[in-house]
Write a protein that binds this ligand. Structure first.
Ligand code: AMP
Ligand code: GLY
Length: 454
């Protein structure tokens, strides 16, 4: 089978490496790719968010499967165009991708499907925003309703900062979702779906903030690890039965079946499992860690999802080793990253046993040197026997890589390796979470939606 992978990032590089390990995949192409992807497979300079251009490329290459990585092409209808052309595609339609593209839509679906999530209000003006902030109290959570690459969310104790973020979104013509703060550790669980059946991958944890100890602003993600030694053993079953299957069923029932990966961003709170957000694609950098452990051939799985045959897929096989991914980002990320700096040491890091260097924002300069070309530049992914060993190896790789001004967190998976990640117990629950709310699945402006309480 020939496969075309759409997207330019680290997630796509991880998907491509996994596809190359699949004996049933004999050729992989990518558009537009990056410098690392280009050294593994053929890349094509096609605009990933142009449905016609991507469809023409898939036709020209005569691929048997297209995998769409990022959210922007999905929201632009790339999967719809491919499906219309009769080309098997792993990725939801534009309508189904609304689960990620609109947080308010996701809240409606969750309310209709009884999926547990944070209580929330939609606001379009300052007065509504202030009322919502005061209803939920601190810490305040204010989210831009549209796509913002993980950077549209402000979580703060400072009411003025929360309100200022809402006002910025209004000034740009947007809407915000204001919601209750969810305590407890976060989990990312990727669930493959063919529109009806679901198949979970292994859970991972992401590190969203730029700085160690979760300091500073949110980013697209600065590192990840999998599996989660601290997670309850029924976690995946619970997410499937309470979150993923009901959501997939609700989407199918509305005539907009979700085909692709439903990324369940979850908080393990003192009141039980809650959905923080859905994404309509694989997470980055969690995918880099999760796929490093997947032993089942990926191409067959994604094709089964694309063609409605996921219920026939074999049981997944995983390495029992631990994967840790550490992201190296450009100077000044996530603000305005400095790009165009040369990167060295990539081969030395990649030469370490059980280490992969997966490229994200990289390109080649005129002389053929790899240079930084984006905020998150690459991830070093290591497999080890346990978190401590995987961490040590990943950082050994990171320390071999040189990029002027680069940043990385030094505490990826550190707390988990020390047994310091805990799901809060009900006795530590915050009183403000019990604020009474009404349930309204239509989510008009100012309405409140609520996930089912446990
Ligand atoms: P989102 O774009 O919705 O995933 O939000 C980005 C990040 O903001 C999440 O991964 C969390 O770390 C944080 N966050 C979002 N919503 C909440 C919430 N209700 N309570 C606490 N933290 C949140
Ligand atoms: N790692 C977070 C995301 O992909 O949205």
């Amino acid at each position: 089978m020939k496969v075309l992978v759409i997207g330019p990032g680290g997630r796509e590089h991880a998907i491509i490496r996994a596809l190359l390990r699949d004996p049933a995949v004999d050729e992989v192409h990518s558009a537009p790719g990056n410098a690392g992807i280009a050294s593994d497979v053929s890349v094509h300079p096609v605009d990933a968010s142009n449905p016609e251009a991507v469809t023409n490329l898939a036709r020209k290459l005569a691929v048997g499967l297209v995998v769409v990585g990022p959210e922007a092409p999905l929201a632009a209808g790339v999967a719809d165009a491919l499906r219309e052309a009769g080309i098997p595609v792993f990725g939801p339609s534009r309508e189904a991708a609304q689960l990620e593209a609109s947080k308010a839509f996701a809240k409606q679906i969750m309310a209709a499907a009884n999926v547990p999530t944070a209580m929330a209000r939609v606001a379009t003006a300052s007065a509504e925003a202030e009322e919502a902030l005061d209803t939920f109290g601190a810490p305040y959570v204010v989210k831009d309703d549209g796509l913002a690459a993980g950077k549209g969310v402000v979580v703060t104790e400072d009411r003025a900062v929360a309100l200022a973020h809402a006002q910025e979104c209004f000034a740009a013509g947007g809407t915000v979702v204001i919601e209750e703060f969810l305590d407890g550790p976060e989990v990312s669980l990727f669930v493959l779906s063919d529109g009806r059946s679901v198949l979970p991958l292994a859970p991972a944890q992401d590190f969203k903030r730029i700085g160690d100890d979760d300091a500073g602003p949110n980013t697209g993600g600065m590192g990840a690890y999998s599996p989660l030694p601290w997670a309850p053993s029924n976690l995946v079953d619970e997410v499937i039965s309470r979150v993923a299957q009901p959501t997939i069923d609700e989407m199918a029932c509305r005539g907009t079946p979700f085909v692709g990966v439903l990324y369940c961003g979850l908080a393990m709170t003192s009141r039980g499992l809650r959905v923080i957000e859905f994404n309509a694609r694989f997470g980055d950098p969690e995918t880099q860690a999760v796929l490093a452990r997947l032993r089942t051939p990926l191409g067959g799985l994604l094709l089964a999802a694309a063609t409605g045959e996921l219920d026939e897929a074999e049981q997944l096989h995983w390495s029992n080793r631990t994967a840790v991914a550490v992201v190296v980002a450009s100077e000044n990320y996530p603000d305005k990253p400095r790009v165009g700096n040369r990167i060295s040491g990539l081969d030395d890091a990649e030469a370490l046993e059980d280490v992969q260097v997966l490229h994200a924002g990289t390109a080649l300069d005129d002389e053929g040197h790899v240079v930084s070309a984006g905020g998150r530049v690459l991830a070093v992914v290591a497999l080890g026997d346990g978190l401590e060993e995987a961490r040590e190896l990943a950082y050994k790789g990171v320390n071999l890589i040189e990029l002027a001004g680069s940043q990385h967190r030094i505490d990826i998976a550190l707390k988990a390796s020390r047994g310091m990640v805990h799901v809060p117990s009900a006795s530590t629950r915050s009183v403000s979470l019990d604020a009474p709310v009404s349930l309204d699945a239509s989510v008009p402006t100012g309405a409140t939606v609520e996930g089912r309480l446990l």
